[in-house]
Ligand binder design. Structure first.
Ligand code: KIV
Length: 272
């Protein structure tokens, strides 16, 4: 099995399945706006997730629940305008697919039509089977999301690791098999024990992309603002920070304030 990075011109749902078959890990990050999407895409990211984490990161809400379908479409269309290569997946927000499958399909169609994205992601297993089926039947690719599903935070009560107990682990195994059978092209596994995630990844033919699910899965996803160190108050064990942008940006802003106040900025060459 080769782990070399292939030079794909455009990532499709089929490319991701090929990557799994060839043992090439899938790199996925979030983006919510044009500028970030452009940088992330140019860096060679395979999948850009317009996550409902925008509710936390962009809007400052405590949970992902308040973000609306219209707001997700706004973020997604901005991201789509910034990309050339990556597959763009958009979260169906809380309340846009749980009540019935017709509403789920209407929401998914709005995302695809109004943003130009390539796929949608839904949180949950057998409880939302009918919605997933309906969306897939309309020709819209679906990414599943199991384990810690933040839209259910008030049911869980905490953001701690899921599926440590056998009953929940067994449900997760069954849900993953069901998502594969329905035709989902990939599954996100969030915050579950690494051994369980590895087992699930080996049991399905579609790629399993982990966040806090260890290295035995087929790819990794992080929230871009977290991995850049912009959200310094959030430090789960699984998070690797590649920059300390919170400090770098604070220093730059502070320096700008000083330069303006001290009349150092603008200087002679910075004016007309
Ligand atoms: O909304 C999001 O950013 C997500 C990832 C954490 C997987 O769903």
């Amino acid at each position: 099995m080769s782990t070399a990075k292939k030079d794909y011109k455009r990532i499709t749902v089929k490319t991701l399945v090929d990557m799994k078959e060839q043992g090439e890990k899938i790199a996925m990050l979030t983006a919510y706006d044009f500028t970030m999407a452009k940088i992330v895409d140019a860096a060679g990211i395979d999948v850009i997730l317009v996550g409902d984490s925008a509710s936390n990161v962009m809007a400052g809400h405590e949970t992902t629940l308040p973000i609306t379908l219209d707001q997700m479409i706004y973020h997604a269309s901005s991201v789509v305008r910034g990309i050339e290569r990556a597959l763009v997946v958009v979260d169906l927000p809380f309340g846009s697919y749980q009540s019935d499958s017709k509403e789920a399909l209407r929401s998914a169609i709005r995302i695809m039509k109004e943003s130009g994205a390539h796929a949608v992601k839904l949180e949950g297993g057998k409880e939302i089977k009918d919605s997933i089926k309906k969306i897939l039947n309309a020709g819209i690719p679906v990414m599943g999301h199991l384990g810690l599903t933040p839209q259910s935070i008030y049911k869980f009560g905490t953001y701690t690791v899921r599926a440590r107990e056998e009953a929940e682990a067994q449900k997760l195994r069954e849900d993953a098999l069901m998502l594969e059978k329905l035709g989902c092209f990939a599954i996100v596994l969030e915050k579950v024990p690494a051994a369980l995630a590895t087992e699930v990844a080996q049991s399905v033919s579609v790629p399993v992309i982990g966040i806090g699910a260890g290295g035995g899965v087929d790819g990794q996803v992080l929230v871009t603002h977290d991995m850049l160190g912009m959200t310094h108050e959030f430090s789960p064990r699984f998070l690797r920070r590649y920059l300390d942008l919170y400090n770098d940006m604070s220093n730059a802003f502070g320096q700008y304030v000083n330069d303006v106040k001290s009349k150092d900025f603008p200087n002679d060459s910075e004016q007309y």
